[in-house]
Design a protein around this ligand. Structure first.
Ligand code: 0WD
Length: 256
């Protein structure tokens, strides 16, 4: 029985209905999970609450959590502990880089731009895992979102590719640390999907077009397809899997 009935999952990074985090939320909701949402600042509070109100029978909780602020992260999970006690998993769907660093040459990345991208997109997983793990008293799963640009050079992805490489390695070290507590940590490498964050990447339309022409499935992937893989990684279906990256990308990564 792989229902998530009676389990509670934290979803971080819903900005709007196009967010990958929203695709994950829908899959977990369909499997019967209770959901907790965190958003970066109060600008996202009402939009996220409005979206969640469309999930029938969902008794969700909401917390503001800017992942660049250690105290805010600690406070979020302390409050969560008081409110729900145990959580069974978490989806980390957060990244950011300055727009000027997502075009042109990587070599021109400023120190500040480099640190900002790594702070929000990679270190945040470490900070969040450290605070979330004590709430995962029954064991559980953590899943983060990565991209091919961390494995190889992808035009315009630049500093975000380097941050994803750091995120990928962090995921594996966290999997090793938390495995003894029965907590699994994995990543999904999604193919390009049109979202708010993707708007910042130079010439994103031609990236989508290339997938439609060349990927084995000859189409791009959807938030819902990523969501179903997250459901697999956060459920007992994947109980032997940790430190792994699953590509949900129409097979594009297999091309030479
Ligand atoms: O093609 C794509 N869209 C792909 C995205 C392909 C492969 C991977 N990904 C990754 C992204 O790099 C990111 O890690 O998926 C993850 C989710 O990205 P998304 O769904 O494309 O983007 P978006 O809908 O813009 O969500 C990004 C979230 C926003 O949500 P909330 O509502 O929580 O603020 O990251 C958030 C951003 O605001 N975010 C932060 N959250 C907390 N603290 C912060 C912050 N400091 N900065 C950005």
């Amino acid at each position: 029985n792989f229902s998530l009935e009676g389990r509670t999952y934290v979803v971080m990074g819903v900005a709007n209905k196009r967010s990958i985090a929203w695709g994950i939320a829908k899959s977990l909701h369909a499997a019967g999970a209770r959901l907790i949402f965190t958003y970066a600042n109060d600008r996202f509070e009402q939009p996220v609450k409005d979206l969640v109100s469309t999930l029938e029978g969902q008794d969700a909780l909401f917390y503001e959590c800017d992942v660049t602020d250690d105290q805010a992260v600690a406070k979020t999970f302390q409050e969560m502990k008081q409110d729900v006690g145990t959580i069974h998993g978490l989806a980390h769907c957060i990244a950011f880089a300055n727009k000027e660093d997502l075009q042109g040459d990587f070599i021109d990345t400023s120190r500040d731009g480099y640190l900002l991208a790594h702070n929000i997109s990679a270190y945040s997983l470490v900070a969040v895992a450290r605070e979330a793990a004590p709430l995962m008293t029954d064991g559980g799963g953590i899943v983060t979102m990565t991209y091919l640009g961390g494995e190889r050079v992808v035009k315009n992805y630049n500093v975000m590719g380097v941050a994803k490489a750091s995120l990928d390695a962090s995921m594996k070290y966290l999997a090793n640390d938390l495995g003894k507590k029965g907590i699994r940590v994995n990543a999904i490498s999604a193919g390009p999907i049109r979202t708010l964050s993707a708007k910042g990447i130079g010439d994103f339309n031609s990236v989508l077009k290339k997938i439609e022409e060349e990927a084995p499935l000859r189409r791009t992937v959807t938030q819902e397809e990523v969501g179903d893989t997250a459901y697999y990684l956060l459920s007992d279906l994947s109980r032997g899997v940790t430190g792994e990256t699953i590509h949900v990308d129409s097979g594009y990564n297999t091309l030479g």
